[in-house]
Write a protein that binds this ligand. Sequence first.
Ligand code: F6R
Ligand code: MG
Ligand code: MG
Length: 370
Amino acid sequence: MKTTFSIIKADVGGWPGHALVHPDLEDIARKKLTDAKREKLLTDFHVTHCGDDLELVMTHKNGVDAKEVHSLAWDTFCEATERARDLGLYGAGQDLLVDAFSGNIKGMGPGVAEMEFTERKAEPIVTFMMDKTEPGAFNFPIFKMFADPFNTAGLVIDPSCHDGFVFEVWDIQEHKNVMLKTPEEMYDLLALIGAKSRFVIKRVFPKSSSKLPSNEPVSAISTEKLYQIAGEYVGKDDPVGIVRAQSGLPALGEVLEAFSLGHLVSGWMRGSHNGPLMPVALKDAQCTRFDGPPRVIALGFQLRNGLLTKPVDLFNDPAFDITRKKAQEVMDYMRRHGPFEPHRLPLADMEYTTLPKVMKKLGSRFKKVK
Ligand code: F6R
Ligand code: MG
Ligand code: MG
């Protein structure tokens, strides 16, 4: 029997500004998903937040892109928006870009990471949720987990990982995808995913030589680009990801190790700055300094017949203190650059820009250089 694991998330109001989700919104989501579990639409669920994003983790038997599950998430966000409006929260309904649900939540504002797979005897699964950054922020750690032998010892010393994995990469500008095998096509893969604002890892699959089914993903990432959907900037497309671990896949510790750099990502203040991605405990998943820095939480579950154990807050560990300290130093260093690149993003990647207005105002004052 296959299980579908879905994370659907949206920012439907910040408390205060873009810092955090108000607990009332999580309560509304819990109530709504409890009803859906009672009605057997969901097998299980967990509601949480990262920064100002309300996160719905759901398991069910309906497959990916299931209308009933997407509609449940949409209705949940709509109800939470009403409460956000009552409370006067900031940007209430920010990520709900259309008035009515049309069968699939993709392209309507919320972010979605979903995969359907046959559960193993024991199924460890890690959910990652980021705030103040974009889907390309997952390229570096997902590559490290599944393709870098300096991160994942299993690629070298575990015969069941040794053959490598297959990466599905999306070109989010041209709306195309390509499958690339590692280790043999690693350099081609890196040539693409290093350009993280355009090429994003969508899913990872086992190879056909694996004991796991090669058509069932072992990782999936949300790749919605809000500003492309809405045609103008309406909020950052803060991404979520799902990673299965152990027994022929990266071990839990190899999955987490991939976040030990505090790598640079785009987003942060006004979706227009580069900064370090800081792995934090849930209690610290609130964006403060310069609306950041960008943060990631990791909640780990064991899954059995679609039922979830209580989550473990995996970055709530002094083992990541050194990463956080480094991220804070890098944050401070980057901030000192103020409006200069590469702290501020290049013009094409900025979510806000006044340059056209400045150019218009200066207009005739520009003289030809001889
Ligand atoms: C970035 C983000 C915030 C806002 C910033 C300005 O993803 O959400 O940094 O961009 O606080 O917000 P507004 O324009 O709503 O005042
Ligand atoms: Mg917000
Ligand atoms: Mg957010």
